[in-house]
Ligand binder design. Structure first.
Ligand code: NI
Length: 170
């Protein structure tokens, strides 16, 4: 089921997500909904809090759905290694209409569990690394805005607050 994506300022995006301790049908459905919602948006990644669920679950597909082999699902992700650096434009489905250049590692290795509760290790570079870092940030209440200089961040926040006042941020 495609779920509404909550926007920056929503309280669920403002608290650290809970680890998944028990995988039930609810988690399976959550992942399914996240994948459908990500593809519909369309986006290259989604974190559970973005559809209002405060759990450490994320999905990415750097191909944007072109190639389902690129679909990654990981629960309780942790970064175990990073390498290099890349600097490119980045946006967020919870901050529609804004983007900025953000520095990210060139390569990332993640550890977590899959929907069967099995330990998994995922490795990604370039856009995959960017997407997984971005989504993992959401679980820790970090937005791409937080990686910008104070001045750049403040400009975007002021513009969002103006949209909120105008009732255009929903
Ligand atoms: Ni985002």
């Amino acid at each position: 089921m495609i779920r509404p994506i909550v926007l920056w300022g929503n309280e669920v995006l403002e608290k650290p997500s809970d680890s998944v301790t028990n995988i039930t049908q609810a988690e399976v459905q959550l992942v399914q909904d996240m994948i459908e919602t990500m593809y519909k948006a369309p986006g290259v990644g989604l974190a559970a809090p973005q559809i209002g669920v405060s759990k450490r679950v994320m999905v990415t597909d750097a191909s944007g759905g072109e190639d389902k082999d690129h679909l990654l699902t990981i629960l309780n992700p942790e970064i175990v290694a990073i390498d290099g650096e890349q600097y490119d434009e980045e946006g967020c489905l919870s901050i529609p209409g804004f983007s900025a250049n953000v520095a990210r590692p060139k390569k990332v290795v993640l550890r977590g569990i899959d929907l069967n509760g099995k330990d998994i290790v995922l490795e990604g570079s370039d856009l995959v690394a960017r997407a997984v870092c971005h989504e993992l940030d959401h679980l820790n209440v970090i937005f791409f805005l937080d990686h910008l200089s104070f001045v750049k961040r403040d400009i975007i926040k002021r513009r969002i607050k103006k949209l909120v006042r105008q009732g255009k941020w929903e």
